[in-house]
Design a protein around this ligand. Sequence first.
Ligand code: NAP
Length: 509
Amino acid sequence: MSCAMLLQCRHSCKKGNRLLRMLATSYSSFVKDKAYINGSWVAAANGNTFSVINPANEELIGTVPDMGIQETQSAIDAAHVAFDTWRKTTAKERSAILKKWFSLIESNKTSLAELLTKEQGKSMADSIAEVTYGASFFEWFSEEAKRVYGEIMPPSTADRRLLIMKQPIGVAGIITPWNFPIAMITRKLGAALAVGCTAVIKPAEDTPLSALAICQLGEEAGLPAGVVNVITTSSKNTSDVGKLLCESPRVATISFTGSTKVGKILLSQSASTVKRVSLELGGNAPFIVFDSANIDKAVTGAMACKFRCAGQTCICANRFLVQDVIYDEFVKRLAEAIKNQLVVGNGLDEGVNIGPLINEAAVNKVDDFVTDAVKKGATKIVGGNKNSLGKNFYEPTLLVNVTTDMECMKDEIFGPVAVIIKFKTEAEAIKIANSTDVGLAGYFYSQDLGQVWRVAEELQVGMVGANESLLSAAEVSFGGVKQSGLGREGGKFGVDEYLEMKYICMGGI
Ligand code: NAP
């Protein structure tokens, strides 16, 4: 049954949703072995491929083309040509395709989540949450497409009319990381397509299959050829592909999510063509628990904030700061929660809520943080070792007696390791929280209303969770300050990254 027929069923059949679920494509039919350029599924020009491996058990999931600058140039050219017609479609037409795409992702949620868990490792619950979150950007931007308004200004001379119109900027080069292989694409792509831009996407080497699966559904949703192109590349070719995207005069904007280190490279490369650049980079989130906090809620929040996706999110709590009066109680309760609530294993297995890390290098990096902290005086309360389940697993860990000179306080841990530092006063907590050159998210728990306002205002971050540890949503603006990035994604401002303002002065009226 074709997808169009499926969608028709959805409208005509009372039990449409159930039917769609029953007929949803299995995960294996989403495993593509070709990349997507100009509406065609294509191999690398030289036939090279690379393997995609399940980090939980090291099984081969598939192989994809290992593309380089030749294919990237083809994708840029295709997106450049497609821009000429896509930008002239009406907002309503673009909106309809995005909405259909959203529905297709929703109706294939379980299969997409299974694929995501296989290539990324996160638990099925985390994968379902990501697919839902990822799809929500297509729904959100399908609505925002219709709300790209210009402005008319009162002129200072009577014979003029002054107005600003907003137009799509052009081809967007989109580079995304492995930790949210679907949502980091849809958050950018939804906004870009909604306003009339076309795109060339380079997903991470570890997770190209989810990107291609989303693309497959875009094709079914009716995306014209060339509007979205996906280049798959191993890290061998990544820097060449990235450089071409940044330096090509046919690419109007670069939107990148990933490490601050790579973000700086792309920013500098984009200077050659004075390109618009949007960067969603790394964080080092403080999670402050004040003595007035509801400790139950703080522990629940800490568990979700630290351990979802095995601690591999850019807004995961990185540094727990706990006030001296409640320190022992909080440590005890968090340790119990870690021991009792976390089940480590293959994310596909029932009951597992914490999967492997993305690869062995990530495990070694986490282990280095723990070794450094312990050497400098930290104490292991729970875990603190590589996990015997496999080379990509690390034990959920709790370290106390942590001090600001330890590496785990200065850098993103990006793993299931909670580190706690003790503080005495609000001023001291804020000073420690802000003593970093990045500022993505920050969290705190307090029942003192005045303190809630003060701390929310003082934290040098782009996003604050006040008595809340899960911040992300399609309707808000996601992004950081300092070296955590440039620009915002999602929400009503998300489209601005893909729009140019044009001032028109009409004289002789
Ligand atoms: P990464 O090493 O910066 O890689 C991210 C992407 O950039 C991948 O597609 C990677 O390709 C590509 N890349 C690497 N070097 C490149 C170069 N020289 N030119 C062009 N592209 C290049 O980051 P990661 O380790 O995958 O992801 C984790 C980081 O992302 C963390 O710092 C995390 O905080 C951050 N992050 C931020 C947000 C946010 O919204 N602020 C969200 C999620 C993650 P290959 O895979 O082929 O190397």
